[in-house]
Design a protein around this ligand. Structure first.
Ligand code: HEC
Ligand code: HEC
Length: 300
């Protein structure tokens, strides 16, 4: 995935005062260090989380059986022993099969504790192995397979326009989420990894519509997933971190912090030093005030 480089310009100090080779050198290293820290912070969070997904061939009968047992224990009371649906909960195949089961389990939406409870994101109730087992069982019930997604094939700027057109009305342009009426909330997308985005598009959980593969190709899914990842990790305007205060505030923070530090460094380098060649009035002042060796320095 190629991230657009952050649009943040850094002022470069020009015409540094040439006083004291050591101070000059130290100042240079300090500036370099600050720039390095900034760059490191920008890129540290750009790693994309990945999750190994079973290839269908790997699913053994014992995995499916383990999933069936978990389903009976935790899901059957509402969804029926064979996931056929009951008066209180839908049939698993009709809501998206394995894709929907993987989605609701990884995002902690299921199991509900009461059929009237509204689905919402929670810490997952099952570990990764159990989720794989429940997914495997769900795959035998029909419905959609777990979709594939590859953000390295996605194009972020295409993803951005697709997101604005198709998702922003509910999730907001920054992915910060919004109420969509009828008591439903389109959640923030700052926890949505690429697979979660692909699954949500294909199954249309709750009040979210299904994004049909005939109209939204694999490429569109990859593009949108790549853009959501970009939103999650981008330190730039429009990202989550400063979504509430906006890009102007971010620029303000950059200027105050960045320029403030640079000014401190410049001031420190430009500090008068006794005994420096050509110090003129400063040198005379320092000489008049100190009795000791000139190197004793003058700390102001
Ligand atoms: C207490 C009852 C209850 C239990 C237990 C329960 N569910 Fe559900 N489930 C529901 C109800 C009700 C809905 C419909 C929710 C809605 O549409 O808002 C639902 C919806 C779903 C959906 C569709 C979500 C969507 O995309 O709209 C899936 C998939 C699902 N359940 C899987 C499971 C699995 C797997 C388990 C067991 C780990 C489970 N459920 C346990 C009541 C339950
Ligand atoms: C009509 C409003 C609506 C639109 C349009 C919509 N969503 Fe959603 N979305 C929702 C709602 C509501 C939920 C929560 C479903 C639930 O759990 O009941 C949701 C949930 C999600 C989730 C799960 C988030 C998580 O971390 O648990 C993802 C990911 C997501 N949407 C992505 C998208 C993407 C990508 C698009 C555009 C292609 C989109 N949505 C378009 C309403 C919408």
């Amino acid at each position: 995935m190629s991230l657009p480089s952050p649009r943040r310009s850094r002022g470069r100090p020009t015409g540094r005062p040439r006083r004291g080779a050591l101070a000059h050198q130290l100042g240079g290293w300090l500036v370099l260090g600050l720039l390095g820290l900034g760059a490191a912070a920008l890129w540290a969070s750009s790693a994309t989380p990945t999750r190994a997904v079973d290839s269908p061939g790997q699913t053994s009968q014992s995995t499916i059986d383990a999933g069936a047992r978990l389903f009976i224990q935790s899901c059957a009371a509402c969804h029926g022993a064979a996931g056929q649906g009951t008066s209180v909960a839908p049939a698993i195949a009709s809501v998206g099969g394995a894709a929907a089961v993987d989605f609701v389990l990884r995002t902690g939406r299921m199991p509900l504790s009461a059929p009237t409870q509204q689905m919402q994101r929670n810490p997952p109730a099952f570990d990764e192995t159990q989720i794989r087992e429940l997914d495997a069982f769900a795959a035998t019930l029909g419905g959609l397979p777990i979709p594939s997604v590859d953000v390295t094939r996605g194009n972020i700027s295409r993803g951005q326009s697709l997101f604005i057109q198709n998702c922003a009305a509910c999730h907001a342009a920054t992915g910060a989420g919004d109420a969509v009426g009828g008591g439903y909330v389109a959640p923030r997308l700052d926890q949505a990894d690429p697979l979660t985005v692909a699954e949500a598009m294909r199954i249309g959980p709750g009040a979210m519509p299904v994004f049909n593969p005939k109209l939204y190709s694999q490429q569109a899914v990859d593009d949108i997933a790549a853009y959501v990842q970009y939103l999650r990790h981008a330190p730039s305007p429009g990202g989550f971190a400063l979504a509430e205060v906006g890009p102007v505030a971010e620029g303000f923070v950059a200027i105050v912090v960045g320029l403030g530090l640079l000014l401190l460094v410049i001031r420190w380098i430009g500090r008068p030093r006794p005994g420096a060649a050509g110090a003129g009035a400063n040198g005379g002042e320092a000489g008049g005030r100190t009795d000791g060796p000139a190197e004793s320095g003058q700390r102001t």
